[in-house]
Ligand binder design. Structure first.
Ligand SMILES: Cc1ncc(COP(=O)(O)O)c(C=O)c1O
Length: 448
C-alpha cells in the first residue's frame, strides 16, 4: 500500500510541529526526530515515507480487529450521511440503544445497563460517580471512600489519577480526591518471574483490603476499582484466586467492585470481558478502546440491575443521575461500535485470541535469554518484557527500544518505562507472531 498524505493535507507531512502539544510524549525529542504514521491496514501501519511497520500494539490496545476494516469505515461513512449529531440528553438515537443491548449481551450476569461516554478516563470517572451516587440513593451516603491499587492505571481524569497508582501521573496534580486508599500491586518478581498466564503466588495481596476496611470501617467505603490485568503499568496478570478473593471481601462488606476493562474488554484475554475469564462478576465494568476498534472515540460503563434500579425511583419527570457528556453515544461511535462487534462475532476474534494464547506465550518466552531481560509475563494476547534500565536512568533504554523499533526494525511497539508491551491485534497470524518476536529480539540486542 502506498500511503502518501492524510486526506485534506497538501503537504507530504506536517512541516510545523510546534503547535500540537503531544500527550504522554517527550515533545522536544519527538519533534527533533518525529515518528509519523500516515496510514494503516490490518496488521500494519504505513509511515509518511511509505515504510510498512507491523503493529505489535493494536495502536494503543484499541484496534483488536486490525486496522482499516472496511465494514467499520463504511458504517462510519454511511452514518455521517444520515445524522451527524443527536443530543443524548432528553433525546435518543436508535443505534445507541441497539449498541447498549449488544454490549450488555456480551457482559456477564446481570450487567445489563450501559452508560456511554467518550474515553476510558471518562468511563472511570463515571463509574466512580455512579458508585458514590448509588450508595447515597439507598441511604448509605457515608460510603464515600474509594479504593484503587498501586501501579493501577485508570486514565487521567482527577478520579482516575486519584484511584490510580502510577506516581508520575499523580505527583504534579495537587491533592487529588480525598478519601482514597490503595491496595498493594500484585507483582513480586522474585516469586513470579517468567510466568505464563496467572502467577500461582499473590492471591493474598487481596487480603490487604480487609486491613483497609478494618482501618476505616466498611460503612465508609463505596467501591474498589482494579484492572483485572494491570496493563499500562507494564502488564501484571492477576495472581490465581486474587480477583475471586477481592469479590468475596467486597461482597462481605457491601462494597462495590469495579473492573476497569478498558484494555481487557473486547477480546484481549480471550473473552468479551476478563470478568468472564475469571468467573468473577463485578458490579460495574468500564470499557473503551476496542468497543469501536479504536475507529471513533467511545467509552462506557456497564452496571448491574441492582445499581441501575436503585436510581429508577422518585418522580418520573426528574433526572435520575446528574451526569453525562455532550458526546455520550455519538452516532458515529455507535455505528462504528456495532460494526466492530459484528466483526468480533463473525470472525470469532475472542475465541481466536484464546486459541493463540499458548502459541503467543511460547513465542514471547523465547526472548528470556536476550540481553537485559529481567522478566517476561504473558496473558491472553498480551506479553510484557522487562528490560534492565541503562546508565541513562529509568526509561532511557525503553525509549531507545521504541526508536530503534520504528527506525530500524519496522515494528510499532508500546513501551512503559523499560517494559515492552506486546498487544497485537487479535487477527495476528502465527507467522506474524514469529515475525514480531524476531523483530523484538533484534530491538533488544540493538539497545543492549
Ligand atoms: C485500564 C485503563 N483505564 C482507563 C484508561 C484511559 O483511557 P483513555 O486514554 O481512553 O482515557 C486506560 C488507557 O489506557 C486504561 O488502560
Amino acid at each position: 500500500m502506498n500511503v502518501t498524505t492524510p486526506i485534506r493535507s497538501a503537504a507530504p507531512a506536517p512541516n510545523d510541529l510546534s503547535a500540537f502539544w503531544m500527550p504522554f510524549t517527550p515533545n522536544r525529542a519527538f519533534k527533533r526526530a518525529p515518528r509519523m504514521l500516515a496510514g494503516a491496514k490490518d496488521m500494519h501501519y504505513f509511515t509518511t515515507d511509505s515504510r510498512k511497520l507491523i503493529d505489535a500494539a493494536a495502536g494503543m490496545w484499541c484496534s483488536n480487529a486490525g486496522h482499516g476494516r472496511e465494514a467499520i469505515t463504511a458504517a462510519i461513512q454511511a452514518q455521517a450521511g444520515v445524522v451527524d449529531y443527536v443530543p443524548p440528553f432528553q433525546f435518543g438515537y436508535p443505534l445507541a440503544f441497539e449498541l447498549a443491548s449488544r454490549i450488555a449481551a456480551l457482559a456477564p450476569d446481570d450487567l445489563n445497563h450501559v452508560f456511554f461516554c467518550n474515553s476510558g478516563s471518562e468511563a472511570v470517572d463515571t463509574a466512580l460517580k455512579i458508585s458514590l451516587a448509588y450508595h447515597q440513593a439507598r441511604g448509605e451516603g457515608t460510603r464515600m471512600r474509594l479504593i484503587g491499587r498501586e501501579r493501577g492505571y485508570h486514565g487521567v481524569g482527577f478520579g482516575g489519577i486519584s484511584v490510580g497508582g502510577i506516581v508520575n501521573n499523580r505527583k504534579s496534580f495537587g491533592t487529588l480526591l480525598t478519601g482514597v486508599d490503595h491496595l498493594p500491586a500484585t507483582y513480586d518478581r522474585e516469586k513470579q518471574a517468567f510466568t505464563k498466564g496467572e502467577p500461582d503466588y499473590g492471591a493474598q495481596f487481596a487480603d490487604e483490603l480487609e486491613r483497609i476496611v478494618g482501618l476505616h470501617g466498611p460503612s465508609t467505603i463505596a467501591a474498589v476499582i482494579v484492572e483485572p490485568m494491570a496493563g499500562s503499568t507494564g502488564v501484571l496478570p492477576p495472581p490465581k484466586g486474587y480477583l475471586q478473593r477481592l469479590r468475596e471481601i467486597t461482597r462481605k462488606h457491601g462494597i462495590l467492585l469495579i473492573f476497569d476493562e478498558v484494555i481487557t474488554g473486547f477480546g484481549r484475554l480471550g473473552h468479551a470481558f476478563a470478568a468472564e475469564r475469571y468467573g468473577v462478576v463485578p458490579d460495574l465494568i468500564t470499557f473503551a478502546k476496542g468497543v469501536t476498534n479504536g475507529a471513533v472515540p467511545m467509552g462506557g460503563v456497564l452496571t448491574s440491575d441492582t445499581i441501575h434500579d436503585a436510581f429508577m425511583t422518585g418522580p418520573e419527570h426528574l433526572i435520575e443521575l446528574f451526569h453525562g457528556y455532550t458526546y455520550s453515544a455519538h452516532p458515529l461511535a455507535c455505528a462504528a461500535g456495532l460494526a466492530a462487534l459484528d466483526i468480533y462475532r463473525d470472525e470469532d476474534l475472542f475465541g481466536r485470541a484464546k486459541r493463540l494464547e499458548p502459541v503467543f506465550a511460547d513465542a514471547v518466552m523465547t526472548l528470556r535469554n536476550e540481553p537485559n531481560v529481567l522478566d517476561i509475563r504473558t496473558l491472553g494476547l498480551t506479553g510484557a518484557i522487562d528490560l534492565a534500565a541503562n546508565a541513562g536512568g529509568p526509561g532511557k533504554r525503553g525509549m531507545e527500544a521504541l526508536t530503534s523499533a520504528f527506525n530500524d526494525h519496522d515494528i510499532v511497539l508500546r513501551l512503559t518505562g523499560d517494559t515492552i508491551a506486546l498487544t497485537p491485534p487479535l487477527i495476528v497470524s502465527e507467522d506474524q507472531i514469529g515475525e514480531i518476536v524476531d523483530k523484538v529480539a533484534k530491538v533488544i540486542r540493538a539497545v543492549a
